[in-house]
Design a protein around this ligand. Structure first.
Ligand code: B12
Ligand code: SF4
Length: 649
């Protein structure tokens, strides 16, 4: 089930609304000395192919965006704690400037839910008089806000409010709270008063609890689907977020200072960067189009170009990954970005000449961009992740058949861009076929031949907020447990078989490993040493005009540099093979026990989609936007403020 769509024409914020609220808050913030800690939940058990490295060495854009919004709005005392770097962090022991922070926020993806819950439960231990206002957000909460409110009276925990939206929703919440705050009272006290007066009901994108029975909320009030910011240039500067990281450590507490700017690129050599959001396709297993209310949102080329310049100057970050869902979605907007970056390269800007980036797109749109790939390469694009899924079209057909994929790959390579296929294995795809190319291994081989240097192979897995989601559970395809061992969120990652009709699901689990083994193995490693796939046009070149770069260099130095670049381009393929073979052993080790369970265990299937056990309602007593089928209906109607006060915890 997808997130409901707002009324046509009302999906986006009024132009300038985000800019205005940022300015308003800056004047208000000066009178409030607030400190905030934002934690990013990360479950170390999810570390495996194809994300080992990117999962910990690319600082996530979500918490950085929220940190940037806080600093931009005037709340400078903000710290971002990544569990990727600080796995022992305990919110109950956090102090900023010697004080318990006023606000504690947590962000999580679905697969990191267990760690998110642990963080909230730990923060819940702080005595209520000093407990910070607790806010949860991020990809998990966007679709399942109810999951951050505890349901066990013997073990009460939960946040005060879940934010099911982006920066604007958080800033609107803060604006209401700051306007309600009396003197130096705690933000939590302010929140409870604002909530009980109904002041939060006009902010779409929140879910908060009301009432308490044995420490469990009586109901959750959902203020509806957020309005999205249409022009991403209105977003706060992402550069601000990089100055807020807690330095990596094995401590439960926080350090006295954030990570110094000169060390940022060592911990996060790759930066996730928002360029565009949204996608025009409507794949039934994907929640992205509905989340974006079928809108496509972009930053301007000029804005991106400035951000890169500043990120390079301040933090020396050379590699970026666009948070795009489909970067080539709209040709005119893609070219606006690419041409602005390429112009900077032509003008000799050191930052733009040096940076390289990767992003995601579809085969269909790549072919449509074929005449512009050279300018896109000049803009710094080095790797393009392509949703190849299954080239036979048995799963989905979005212009990614074998011929079109081969054409797109060769066009990209001719222009110096590495194509990286993302494949999706599913119940009806065989492992190998003799007569055609529909088998998983056939396709993996074909993709390698066509020039792929790396590959991603995942099993089709239910994704909250997608069209197929509810049916995968109600039909019984999704597993609840095997031999009584529940399917925990950390294995709902596409690397584990958790939803399948296959009679022998362990074979599907093996198929994933075999596909990787077929792509990364010692034979291919040796072949890569002799005939590397990384030796393509421009792979050993730089985009900066040599006139500016080599000026004043001796011919010997130029020669040495040229040889070193050629050498690196030659060895890169073998390096990828070696690194990914190592990562594959890790993946085998991590999925081994699950595979044994699939082989021998008794599978219990879901008959209902996991939904809130706490009753939910909208602010006017109707159906809550984020309630899934099976959610108990709230008995109370929209309450008057005096009634609200009565049911307050
Ligand atoms: C880049 C990316 C990755 C990178 C992440 C690297 C990194 N450390 O950043 C890599 C390639 C490693 C990756 C891997 C995976 N990814 Co990924 N990825 C993305 C992608 C394309 C961009 C993420 C991003 O930077 N977005 C931009 C930021 C600004 O948006 P955001 O994180 O949503 O944050 C905003 C709001 O959520 C909110 N917010 C966030 N946190 C908080 C906290 C608070 C307190 C508040 C108030 C608000 C708030 O405000 C933010 C600003 O607008 C997204 C899709 C997308 N376009 O978002 C998928 C996405 C995050 N990935 C997803 C998935 C499923 C995965 C994988 C499990 C693989 C898979 N099966 O597809 C793995 C997991 C690996 C791991 N062990 O963690 C899903 C998550 C779904 C979910 N419900 O959790 C997404 C949303 C794609 C989708 N299918 O919809 N991914
Ligand atoms: S093309 Fe990709 S981003 Fe677009 S709907 Fe399909 S899976 Fe989602």
């Amino acid at each position: 089930m997808e997130l409901p769509r707002r009324a046509r024409g009302d999906e986006l914020l009024r132009p300038g609304a985000l800019r205005d609220i940022r300015l308003r808050l800056r004047t208000m913030a000066a009178k409030h000395d607030l400190s905030t800690v934002i934690a990013c939940a990360f479950d170390g058990r999810t570390r495996m192919l194809p994300f080992i490295y990117a999962d910990t060495r690319m600082s996530p854009a979500g918490v950085r965006a929220i940190g940037s919004a806080m600093v931009d709005a005037g709340f400078k005392k903000t710290r971002i704690v990544l569990q990727q770097w600080n796995s022992r962090f305990r919110p109950s022991q956090m102090r900023l400037d010697g004080k318990m922070p006023d606000i504690f926020m947590v962000s999580s993806m679905h697969i990191h839910s267990a760690r998110c819950r642990d963080l909230i439960r730990d923060a819940w231990r702080i005595d209520p008089a000093h407990r910070p206002l607790m806010i949860a957000g991020g990809p998990k909460v966007i679709y399942e806000p109810w999951s951050v409110f505890g349901i066990d009276p013997a073990d009460p925990w939960g946040v005060d409010v879940a934010v099911t939206g982006e920066e604007y929703v958080l800033l609107s919440l803060l604006e209401v709270l700051i306007s309600t705050r009396v003197g130096n009272e705690s933000m939590r006290t302010t929140f409870l008063r604002a909530r009980d007066s109904g002041a939060l009901d006009g902010v779409p994108g929140l879910v908060y609890s009301l009432g308490s029975r044995d420490g469990v909320a009586e109901e959750l009030v959902d203020t509806g689907i957020q309005r999205l910011v249409g022009d991403l240039d209105e977003l706060p500067d992402p550069v601000l977020g990089y100055q807020l990281f807690e330095p990596p450590s094995g401590r439960a507490t926080l350090g006295s200072h954030a990570l110094p700017a000169e060390l940022v690129h060592r911990c996060s050599p790759v930066g996730a960067l928002v360029l565009t959001l949204g996608c025009k396709f409507a794949c039934p297993y994907c929640p992205i189009p509905a989340y974006n209310q079928r809108q496509y949102r972009t930053k301007s080329g000029e804005r991106i170009s400035e951000e890169i310049e500043r990120l390079y100057r301040q933090y020396r970050i050379l590699f970026y990954f666009g948070a795009d869902d489909n970067f080539f979605n709209d040709q005119a907007r893609t070219l606006d970005i690419a041409e602005a970056l390429a112009r900077k390269v032509d003008s000799g800007s050191r930052a733009h000449c040096k940076i390289r980036w990767g992003t995601e797109a579809t085969i269909h749109d790549t072919l449509k961009m074929k005449d512009h790939l050279s300018v896109i390469r000049k803009a710094g694009l080095l790797g393009l992740w392509l949703g190849v899924e299954d080239m036979s079209g048995a799963l989905i057909s979005k212009g990614q058949n074998a011929d079109e994929t081969a054409e797109a790959f060769s066009l990209l390579r001719e222009n110096g861009i590495f194509p990286i296929p993302m494949m999706m294995h599913h119940d009806s795809q065989p492992l190998y076929t003799r007569k055609d190319q529909s088998g998983l291994l056939n396709q993996v081989n074909l993709l390698r031949k066509t020039g792929a240097v790396a590959i991603q192979v995942m099993m089709l897995t239910p994704s909250p907020g997608s069209k197929l989601y509810v049916n995968t559970y109600t039909s019984g395809q999704a597993y609840e447990s095997i031999n009584g061992v529940p399917v925990e969120p950390y294995i709902v990652d596409g690397n584990h078989i958790v939803a399948s009709w296959a009679a022998k699901p362990w074979q599907k689990q093996f198929n994933l490993l075999l596909a990787y083994l077929c792509f990364y193995n010692p034979l291919r490693f040796l072949a890569a040493l002799v005939r590397p796939k990384t030796k393509i046009f421009l792979a050993d070149a730089e985009t900066d005009p040599s006139a500016t770069r080599g000026q004043g260099w001796s011919s010997r130095r130029k020669l040495r540099r040229r040889i070193s670049r050629k050498f690196k381009a030659h060895l890169a393929d073998a390096f990828v093979q070696a690194f990914r073979m190592w990562a594959l052993t890790h993946t085998i080790r991590r999925t081994f026990v699950w595979n044994l369970r699939l082989m021998r265990g008794k599978i219990k299937r879901h008959s209902q989609v996991p939904a809130s056990q706490i009753p939910m309602r909208s602010v006017d007593g109707g159906r809550a936007s984020h309630a899934l089928p099976g959610t108990p209906k709230s008995q109370s109607r929209s309450l008057e403020s005096k009634d609200r006060a009565r049911v307050v915890a």
